[in-house]
Structures are given as C-alpha cells and as structure tokens.
Design a binder for this molecule. Structure first.
Ligand code: GLN
Length: 321
C-alpha cells in the first residue's frame, strides 16, 4: 500500500526527467488531482491504494507526458486563466500567464473611464479565455470573439457555457475581414478630447443601429500568432509538437502580417477613442510600434510583462475633427 504522499513523491521524481524539481511536484499534484486525489487527500495522507482505474489513468498521463511530451494542461484537459479554469485540448493554444496581463490593461483602462462606449472584440480567441474573461468582467458589454478554426470555436463555446459568459462567437479569417476594412477614416487633423465618456456599455448601445452593419468597438484585443520560425529550435517540445502551429507561428518573411490586419481592422471598427490591445513578440516590438503609428493610432505604448520583456502594445483610435 502506498500513501498519497509517497505517490506524490514518486510521481514528482519521475517528472524531474522533464521539469525542474519545484515544478515537478506542482505538476505531480495536478495529475493526482485529475484522478480524484486532490490536495486534501494528499495532505491528510490518504493511505489507501490506487484503484485499478486510477492507476491506469495515472500511467496513461505519465506516458503521454514523459514519452510523448504532451503538455500537462492537455493531459488533464484544463488550464487556469485569470482565476478560472478553462478546458483545453490540442487545437487551442494553452493560455499563458503573461496574457492575463493583457486583460488587466483593458480592465484598468475601462475602470478609469478611458474607453468609449462600444463592444469588445477578441480576435483569434482559441480557448476563449480572453473573451470569456472580458464577458465576466463587463457583463453588460457585447463581447464578440473570432477564430478561423472551428475546432477552437467548439472549445471556446464550451468554456463560455462553463462560466456562464455571454460571448458571440464567429468563425472568421482575420486576413479576409481586414481586407474588407479598406476605407480608413481620414487621418489628418485627428485629435483627442480632454475628457472621455465613461465606459458603461448598456446592452442596447452595443447593438448596431438600424442600417449600420457593425457596432463600433470600445476595444479590440488579440493575442495573435507571433513566434518566428527561426525561434522554433529553442522552444520546448511540449509547445512545438502539440500546440496549434497556426496559433503560434508567423511567416518568417512577413512576421507583421497579423498586426497589419489587426491595425486595419481596428481603424475600421473601433469607435473614436476606442483602443487596441495586442500581445507581441519582444523581437518585433519596435516594428509593431511603428506599424500602429503609421496606421494612424495615437497614444501608442509598449508595455512590459512580469518578466520585463516588451510583450504588449496599446493604441487609441483617434477622434476626428
Ligand atoms: N507566448 C506564446 C509562446 O511563448 C506564443 C503565443 C503566440 O504566438 N501568441 O509560446
């Protein structure tokens, strides 16, 4: 008979083959929780043997992680984001802790009254973690989320249901949509008002007015693909072998492709004073900054993540005279 603590120790030891030891015991705990041996059982020293089903599941988890290098989040089917647990499986990018900071930027601006009225759009939603979190933070806002992958949208819808979030999901291709957003408003003479209208989106104000096809957005948020193929050699096998390539990589010869499309879409769809919030590759930070300025955004600002890397950019759609 092995106690849960001995088991935790044994699994942690196996996992040190692929994780630093501190992380290995946290991951071992996740695996035990996933088979129903939660933290309480472990710390109260539950001392019955694993049942045959539990043993088989645990063996399967360990084989997938150690032999196939499958990420633990896919193995247990869950990943945390902004205090909630999201269903994840191959086909959606696993939410990253730094992306939580992107959400915090939107939240801080909205709460300080820096956003105009309008909807919120998440482009390339993946697991839906950004859109669902936005919908929970701003329940009166119309939140829309796009992805090109039907498989991702299924997971995102599942997550919206799980958290009771009201999100309108649409299958669409950013590049195609941005292509339709041809006509940019005149860029000369743009100005920013002293005082912004407070962000308090009543549901009806977010629906398109009659005759208007799409309602203006208060914020456009996206964590687009931004990894350069030349970076792949330094990346963990859990990422390269398992996570969707289309959510990770940009073409080496045109890494700004998603950013050009997002800038164009933002200029077309954002309300005056509406803001764009993008995650980015620190290697591309200066180029994306230049791109947003050239597209006509004001107040363009690069923001560091907790690791002191330039990871986010924000910009404001100008008010026109
Ligand atoms: N931040 C992710 C990584 O390091 C990449 C996510 C993305 O391309 N948007 O793998």
């Amino acid at each position: 008979m092995s106690t849960s603590r001995t088991l935790l120790h044994e699994i942690s030891h196996l996992l040190t083959a692929i994780y630093p030891s501190g992380e290995a015991s946290a991951v071992a705990r996740l695996l035990l929780e996933a088979i129903g041996w939660g933290t309480v059982a472990v710390f109260t020293g539950k001392d019955s043997d694993l049942g045959p089903d539990e043993r088989l599941r645990l063996q399967d988890f360990l084989r997938r992680m150690l032999d196939l290098r499958e990420p633990v989040q896919y193995v247990v089917g869950e990943a945390p984001f902004c205090g909630r647990s999201f269903a994840v499986r191959p086909g959606v990018l696993i939410p990253r802790p730094e992306t939580e900071e992107l959400l915090r930027l939107v939240e801080a601006d909205a709460r300080s009254g820096l956003l105009p009225q309008g909807g919120l759009l998440d482009v390339g939603t993946g697991s839906g973690c950004i859109a669902v979190t936005l919908a929970k933070l701003f329940p009166a806002a119309r939140v829309e989320a796009w992805d090109i992958s039907e498989e991702a949208l299924q997971v995102a819808r599942e997550n919206a249901r799980r958290h009771g979030a009201n999100v309108c999901f649409r299958r669409c291709d950013l590049l195609e949509e941005a292509g339709k957003a041809q006509a940019l408003p005149a860029e000369s003479g743009s100005t920013f008002p002293e005082k912004r209208q407070h962000f308090s989106p009543p549901a009806q104000a977010l629906s398109p007015a009659p005759g208007q096809k799409t309602a203006p957005l208060a914020a456009l948020v996206s964590n687009p693909p931004y990894v350069l193929p030349s970076e792949e050699a330094q990346m963990a096998p859990e990422v390269c072998r398992w996570e969707p390539r289309e959510a990770l990589f940009v073409p080496q010869e045109d890494p700004l492709l998603p950013y050009r499309a997002l800038a164009r879409l933002g200029r077309k769809r954002l309300a005056a004073g509406g803001k764009i919030y993008l995650e980015l590759n620190p290697l591309l930070a200066a180029q994306v900054e230049e791109l947003l300025r050239a597209a006509g955004f004001g107040e363009v600002r690069l923001v560091e993540d907790f690791d002191k890397k330039l990871r986010f950019i924000t910009g404001t759609n100008p008010f026109l005279c």
